[in-house]
Design a protein around this ligand. Structure first.
Ligand code: C2E
Ligand code: MG
Ligand code: MG
Length: 625
């Protein structure tokens, strides 16, 4: 019986969580079992005095000593529960793990169970009962145990069943290891993996996993869901203008405002950069998502104060609403990931619609977005496959129709649609940023062409080339350097280059554009204000910006014969140019009458179908001849 018990002892080694300490089969032995067995084996020694038993007794004595030592050095707390008397023997280490001295804890199981966190106690009890009832032979679980200092510690507990000679469960023996530090680290790592560091909001990964989790729920007719997708408008300008530190603080402030618009069940996450998503949960099918979106817009109407700056920023919001887990078909039809995608599409629509607004996802807007992405693809291909070409429209002196310059106008030879005019693709190019490669290609090609013409027709050396340029190009970092480099590469005299930009393009990006314009002026490049009269027509900008030429928009020219107000306007713009000492070019002249009228008002230059439509470079060359 003794040898059987000793063989059983190897079990304890598998219970100890500290693998740094090794146990031989007979080394670690639970005290309570040992006492019980010791008395019985001593009887047997007295009665039988067999050599074998003596050896075993000696082994037992050694085992006792080793056990005493082991329980002192091992980092795990050991316990042994004698089911016959319902007493638990706790090792000194076990007791110190809950901050107690030897004498402070008696042998009652209550000493242990009363310290287990209420959230874990039922599971622990169940496991213990299952062991007693021989449903299981071992278990391992984690629970929190109350320390004397009032804090809970995380413990990893292992338990095994011991049987007596009759094969009945006589003892439960086990160990526990303090995993608080490990758990804290794990919790921190887990926390970091799902949190955005700056705002402390859940990050994109967490948000998506939450959406997936909810989408898998079985029906729950009590809830309706909606997703909002937010993108701050022009946020990068804040970073450019005030620096990243202010940008970061602004984001934190914005998060506070967003939170104030949400209910307790809603989930706000930062997807990255200046993009946020919100999962809205409501108990009624009312249009909660739209209400929240409006509330957010309201919050954004007040400027945000960061240090000495008062920053007014807007946001574009896409809404996808409102889904219930309760579908008509009785099947779960909730796909919140799809919903997030839809909300993003709707947000992009809101951007196109002029930003600072909300937009609900509609399937037609999805089709539009699809169409847009197809067009974007085509546009990218057009750049790669060089499907663009420049046409040139003459600019003439009105009194003698003498050619003074050309305006370069882009055309797209679309493989299916044929010749596509810029009005049909420049807005998309601007929207997607493709305007940069396209625009720089235009500038380089036009300059090269002009250099070639200057070489071929020396008499035309003063003829200039006008190139349309966007605010986006000019506000690009190093925009001025790119232009300077193109001038050097192509060898065009900078005085023969006019860059045409519209007022609104300048004004919307005034800070960055002015920097580039200053560089251009130093190079000697000329600046034309295109489509003048259709935008802000701000006199103050005319005064501050080093503009050389105004181009009156063709809508004024075409309406001036029918509308005396327009006629007056044209007259005023011409006067204005005179006051500011600017050259003036009238666009879109189609008739002699228009040309004569403009000359009467002392407008010197013009451009329009009356003189020539935009033509290919070959035809333009014949005009130079
Ligand atoms: P814009 O710079 O104002 O160019 C003048 C536009 O008016 C050209 O249209 C020209 O064909 C048209 N036009 C000229 N004379 C007449 C006329 O007598 N009657 C009528 N009905 N139209 C006339 P286009 O080539 O379709 O270009 C439209 C706009 O596209 C341009 O307006 C310009 O804003 C933009 N654009 C053209 N090429 C480029 C480019 O290379 N880069 C950029 N960023 N924009 C470009
Ligand atoms: Mg133009
Ligand atoms: Mg124009």
């Amino acid at each position: 019986m003794l040898s059987e018990t000793i063989i059983n002892q190897h079990k304890i080694s598998s219970l100890v969580n500290n693998s740094a300490i090794e146990y031989s089969c007979s080394s670690a032995f639970p005290l309570v079992i040992k006492n019980d067995l010791k008395s019985r084996t001593q009887d047997e020694v007295v009665h039988q005095e067999s050599v074998e038993e003596k050896r075993l007794l000696q082994a037992l004595g050694e085992s006792e000593q080793r056990y005493a030592l082991t329980t002192q050095v091992v980092n795990d707390g050991l316990w042994s529960w004698d089911l016959s008397c319902d007493q638990v023997d706790y090792s000194p280490r076990w007791k110190s793990m809950v901050g107690c001295q030897e004498w402070e804890i008696n042998n009652s199981p209550v000493e242990w169970l009363v310290r287990v966190h209420p959230a874990n106690i039922e599971k622990l009890k169940q496991n213990l009962v299952d062991c007693w009832q021989e449903k299981i032979t071992q278990f391992a679980m984690e629970y929190s145990l109350l320390h004397k200092d009032g804090q809970y510690r995380s413990m990893y507990c292992k338990c095994m069943v011991m049987t007596n000679a009759q094969g009945e469960v006589s003892h439960l023996i086990g160990s526990q290891a303090d995993t608080t530090d490990r758990k804290d680290l794990k919790d921190q790592l887990n926390y970091d993996a799902i949190r955005d560091k700056l705002t402390n909001l859940p990050n994109c990964q967490f948000f998506i996993s939450k959406l997936k989790e909810l989408s898998q729920l079985k029906q729950n007719p009590d809830y309706y869901f909606g997703v909002l997708y937010l993108d701050l408008d022009q946020f990068k300008n804040v970073n450019y203008s005030f620096g990243y530190l202010v940008g970061d603080r602004l984001l934190i402030e914005i998060v506070e405002r967003l939170k104030s618009c949400l209910g307790t069940q809603d989930l706000l996450a930062r997807l990255g950069g200046d993009e946020f998503a919100i999962l809205l949960v409501s108990s009624a099918p009312a249009d909660y998502p739209s209400q929240v979106a409006s509330r957010i817009q309201q919050e954004f109407s007040e400027p945000i104060k960061i240090a000495e700056h008062s920053i007014l920023i807007s946001t574009s919001i896409g809404i996808d609403a409102s889904f219930s887990l309760n579908s008509c078909s009785g099947e779960n039809n909730l796909d919140l990931i799809e919903s997030l995608k839809n909300a993003e599409i709707a947000m992009n629509q809101a951007k196109i619609n002029g930003q600072a607004c909300n937009r609900r996802f509609e399937s037609w807007s999805y089709l539009q977005a699809l169409e847009k992405s197809k067009s974007e693809d085509n546009l990218r291909k057009a750049i790669e496959q060089q499907q663009f070409e420049l046409h040139y429209q003459p600019i003439v002196r009105l009194e003698d129709h003498q050619l003074v310059g050309f305006e370069a106008l882009i055309r797209w030879h679309h493989p299916e649609r044929g010749l596509v005019l810029p009005g049909d693709f420049i807005p998309l190019a601007e929207d997607t940023g493709l305007i940069n490669p396209i625009g720089w290609w235009v500038l380089r090609s036009a300059c090269l062409q002009m250099v070639q013409w200057h070489q071929e027709y020396p008499a035309a050396e003063s003829i200039f080339i006008s190139v349309n340029i966007t605010g986006r190009q000019l506000s690009q970092p190093y925009g001025g350097d790119i232009i300077a480099q193109i001038m050097t590469e192509t060898g065009l005299n900078p005085h023969c280059l006019k860059l045409e930009i519209t007022e609104s393009e300048i004004i919307e990006n005034i800070d960055l554009v002015s920097l580039t314009i200053e560089k251009l002026k130093n190079l000697g490049v000329q600046l034309s204000m295109d489509d003048f009269g259709t935008g802000y027509s701000s006199l103050s900008y005319l005064q501050y910006l080093p503009v050389d030429t105004l181009k009156i928009d063709r809508s004024f020219i075409q309406n001036m014969e029918k509308d005396c107000h327009q006629l007056e306007l044209v007259k005023t713009i011409i006067k204005l140019a005179e006051v500011f000492d600017l050259d003036l070019i009238a666009e879109g002249i189609e008739s002699e009458a228009q040309s004569n009228q403009l000359m009467e008002f002392k407008c010197k230059y013009g451009q329009g179908y009356l003189f020539s439509k935009p033509v290919t470079n070959a035809i333009a060359a014949t005009l130079l001849e």
